[in-house]
Design a protein around this ligand. Sequence first.
Ligand SMILES: Cc1cc2nc3c(=O)[nH]c(=O)nc-3n(C[C@H](O)[C@H](O)[C@H](O)COP(=O)(O)O)c2cc1C
Length: 187
Amino acid sequence: MQKRKIVVAVTGASGAVYAKLLLDSLAKLSTQIEKVGVVMSDNAKEVWQYELGNKDYEHYPFDFYAKTDFNAPFASGSAKYDTMIIAPCSMGTLGRIAHGISNDLISRAADVILKERRKLIAVVRDTPFSLIHLQNMKLVTEAGGIICPANPSFYSLPKTIEEVAQTVVDRVVDLAGLEKESYRWND
Ligand SMILES: Cc1cc2nc3c(=O)[nH]c(=O)nc-3n(C[C@H](O)[C@H](O)[C@H](O)COP(=O)(O)O)c2cc1C
């Protein structure tokens, strides 16, 4: 089976725990993954430090790229990264993607994924949504992206914040087509 090449973008929406749990999960799936490229916005780093109280994003065994680095391989379709996950995805980043404003590596990488008809998963986070947010989600969906809101489920009876957040991350991992053991209803 072809190993996967995945871009993870972390933006400045609330919910750094989603990024942490996603990176933790991908680190455990190395038999299925050839490369994970990570790009974080400035606010993503700030929100991570504020919400999680650390800078642990520096310690993952992945390829990290500055958000201004258009020399990153996944800034071009030729590098054949097959999937991009944005977790959490701010409304600002969603808007830039929806309107093709490729002025940083995150919006450019998403633009590339969509034009190449590959898989884009945006874990959008805000509440409530304005009509602008909803229209941007519609545009990204029409362009082939998957809007996977950061809406946890509770039917697995999670007990901790991490267990609650993991319910979202497990769906994201499923959507990315990776095999991972996780809670499955009535299975
Ligand atoms: C603590 C904190 C929480 C935030 N939560 C959200 C959020 O849930 N959703 C959102 O769209 N923006 C949120 N923002 C605002 C974004 O960080 C801001 O709009 C930023 O410019 C988004 O740019 P980025 O996508 O490049 O990170 C938050 C900002 C802070 C400081």
